[in-house]
Design a binder for this molecule. Sequence first.
Ligand code: G6P
Ligand code: MG
Length: 218
Amino acid sequence: RKKGFIFDLDGVIVDTAKYHYKAWKRLADQLGIPFSKESNEQFKGVSRKRCLELLLEWGNYKATPEQFEEWMAEKNRDYLEYIHKMDASEILPDVPRILQYLKLHHMPMAVGSASKNAKPILEKVGLSHYFDFVVDGTQVTKAKPDPEVFLIAANKLGVDPRNCVVFEDAVAGIEAANAAKMTSIGIGDGQILSHANYVFRDFTDIDLGFIAELIDKG
Ligand code: G6P
Ligand code: MG
């Protein structure tokens, strides 16, 4: 049966969480709202709008619709400054090894991300050519843990969702993959990602034999 491989972007392919953190931290400081690395964990896989809603909730802060729009824009302007400086050195370890192997075996591949900046980031780090489709925050209406982003990706790839494999670093992303009936592979901490079908600390822990089994299975 035809298989499909879907990758989350932030925290799976590139380490952008640190830039999201810096940009949110600056806004939070400006608004006088406490914001830590731990708080940032809850922003992973979560849309920009929802992140700001959460931040304002935590700070018990009321914003007018105009302020809300301005702060979202401000955070993104800041984030884009970091993104503009990105290059291939910010690809997470061994990601190209897995992408190359899948390409060699002619596997359909897509990115499934909540980010509206997914395409420029892939361009910056030089990985765009691996992916047949990029489904990003400009195309989805329902955020992870809703399976929408991954179902759109499967549909574009022309692969039955049950034959798709998803790589994710966020709890919400694993839930989304599971809800789509896809094989979920957590990248990160096994205790945090306990609902994933498989978990690896990072791509350096993934054996090509394991990928070969995913390709051949079922
Ligand atoms: C990814 C990240 C989130 C981020 C979201 C939106 O899912 O993990 O931390 O908030 O994308 O990103 P954007 O680039 O559209 O602000
Ligand atoms: Mg992620």
